[in-house]
Design a protein around this ligand. Structure first.
Ligand code: BES
Ligand code: MN
Ligand code: ZN
Length: 502
């Protein structure tokens, strides 16, 4: 346990709004620089203190300011820090919250390669409060790796992280956001043998207990009573029983009424494909198939930690998709909780079956809108690549809000079409629908079309995070493994537009 449940393994986060950077006794001082922007702002002030060495290195071409470039200047004179780390923000015209988040994370990742006592970051005076918060979140994320099971850690959290020229409340909010992202990442990075449905439910319960979020966990008996025939069918091939976690956070002043937002997550703790078994190469990495559930847990935990004035429910459908003797079969016809019958054409299209029942459960709570996140289809990666999440909706206005929030956070998303003619592709001869489209073309859309059958008229947006949820290779700003993608966007969505609150 760590994020939100214990302080022990965390960095101590300190804001020093008035301290001069040259007076800060840290092992390292991180300063941010845009391409060609050495002569202005915070970096220029520090450069003055160190006798112009940054400008000289820039002239020599050693420091370019390219996005996420990290150049250390060891033992500088004129400041108390043991080293100065100049991190690039890229071109000024490309600067957004995502760039700032990744730059801060890159610096933290670089410095976290060995144990450090105190590391200081100098906030740039031109950033908005939101951007500063995301920078702080990035500094939390960068110092945490995927080395959960290594004796010799590849990353060490700083003993103390100091943010200079930054207001304490913004630094605190940034750390809460970083904790949410790291929670999501850790759950994704755990081995599937350690992160099975009940284990996820226990993690969620610990987080809920710590943050005062109401939580309900449905076991296999309750799921049977609730007629969750689609979710249960997927779980039958596993020795691990399924769970449904329902968390309800009601912010200050939100005691009555229906939730304004329901977050739904796909939590397939391991996806072998079931009897439609995946080939070995595609099975590698399928511990990440609970990333949607982990994203929603990270999001609601952050929302609660920030005490946002909203009423949000999060529901995570947790199963393991395996091939045991009781496994569901191709040709089976399942009856989902809402009564729709589903002919199974491929047991590897399991995520939509799990989500079908979870979406129906949250619909029963009459939320104003639903957002689901799922590592749903390889087809979405074919369409959009590794770094972009696909959006699918039955309600353009609520999708637009999510698009706007993702823009505020600087996370790349792209909306896909939901034309009516795709519906024909999931028709079945023996049941109401089948769980795959005709052939593999447009597979991300036919999957979304399937989900659409379970949300009724509730405004709903589906986020396919199959690409960005898990990084096979490390990035400059993040070790490989779980990325925590979309936690920042979902939190920004719930916070509302930054113009209102800065
Ligand atoms: N979990 C996978 C999708 C996935 C693929 C996530 C790669 C992350 C990386 C999902 O359950 C799946 O297997 N989808 C199938 C659907 C097909 C059988 C219709 C796919 O995408 O191949
Ligand atoms: Mn699958
Ligand atoms: Zn899956």
């Amino acid at each position: 346990m760590s994020e939100f449940t214990s302080q022990a393994s965390q960095t101590r986060m300190v804001a020093e709004s008035a301290m001069l950077p040259e007076a800060c006794e840290a092992e390292a001082l991180v300063v941010f620089a845009t391409e060609g922007g050495i002569g202005e702002g915070a970096v220029a002030a520090v450069d003055g203190a160190v006798g112009g060495v940054i400008a000289r290195l820039a002239t020599a071409g050693e420091i370019t300011g390219k996005a996420c470039e990290c150049v250390p200047i060891l033992a500088p004179t004129g400041i108390k820090a043991g080293q100065l780390l100049v991190v690039g923000l890229g071109k000024r015209e490309d600067l957004d919250t995502g760039v700032i988040y990744r730059a801060a994370a890159s610096a933290a990742k670089t410095l976290a390669a060995r144990k450090r006592g105190t590391v200081a970051f100098l906030a740039d005076g031109t950033w908005t409060t939101r951007q500063l918060e995301h920078a702080v979140a990035g500094s939390c994320v960068g110092m945490v790796g995927q080395d959960l099971y290594r004796k010799e850690k590849k990353r060490s959290r700083f003993g103390t992280t100091v943010w200079l020229a930054a207001p304490p409340d913004a630094v605190e909010r940034g750390q809460q956001l970083g904790d949410g992202i790291n929670l999501t990442r850790r759950l994704v990075n755990l081995a599937p043998e350690d992160m099975y449905p009940q284990a996820f439910a226990e993690e969620a319960s610990a987080v809920a207990g710590h943050l005062g979020i109401d939580i309900e966990v449905w076991d296999e008996n309750r799921l049977a009573k609730e007629n969750c025939g689609a979710l249960l069918a997927v779980s039958r091939g596993s020795s691990r029983p399924p769970r449904l976690v329902i968390m309800r956070y009601r912010g200050p002043g939100r005691r009555d009424g229906a939730p304004e937002l329901a977050l739904v997550g796909k939590g397939v703790t391991f996806d072998s494909g079931g009897l439609s078994l995946k080939p070995a190469d595609s099975m590698m990495g399928m511990k990440c198939d609970m990333a949607g559930a982990a994203t929603m847990l990270g999001a609601i935990a952050t929302i609660a930690s920030l005490k946002l004035p909203v009423d949000v429910v999060a529901a995570m459908g947790l199963v393991e998709n395996m091939t045991g003797p009781a496994a569901y079969k191709v040709g089976d016809v399942l009856t989902a909780r809402n009564g729709v019958t589903i002919e199974v054409h491929n047991t590897d299209a399991e995520g939509r079956l799990v989500l079908a029942d979870v979406l129906d459960v949250v619909r029963g709570l009459s939320p104003a809108r639903i957002i689901d996140a799922a590592t749903l289809t390889g087809a979405c990666m074919v369409a959009l690549g590794h770094d972009v999440a696909g959006l699918f909706t039955n309600d353009q206005a609520s999708c637009d809000q999510l698009l706007a929030a993702a823009k505020v956070a600087g996370e790349p998303v792209w909306q896909m079409p939901m034309f009516r003619h795709y519906d024909a592709q999931i028709e079945s001869d023996v049941a109401d629908i089948k769980n795959v489209g005709d052939g593999r073309w447009g597979g991300a859309i036919t999957a979304a079309k399937f989900l659409e059958r379970f949300v009724g008229s509730t405004p709903w947006t589906h986020i396919d995070i199959a690409g960005p949820a898990f990084a096979d290779k490390p990035k400059p700003w993040c070790d490989g493994g779980g990325t925590g993608v979309m936690v920042r966007s979902l939190v920004e969505l719930v916070r509302g537009s930054p113009e209102e609150t800065t």
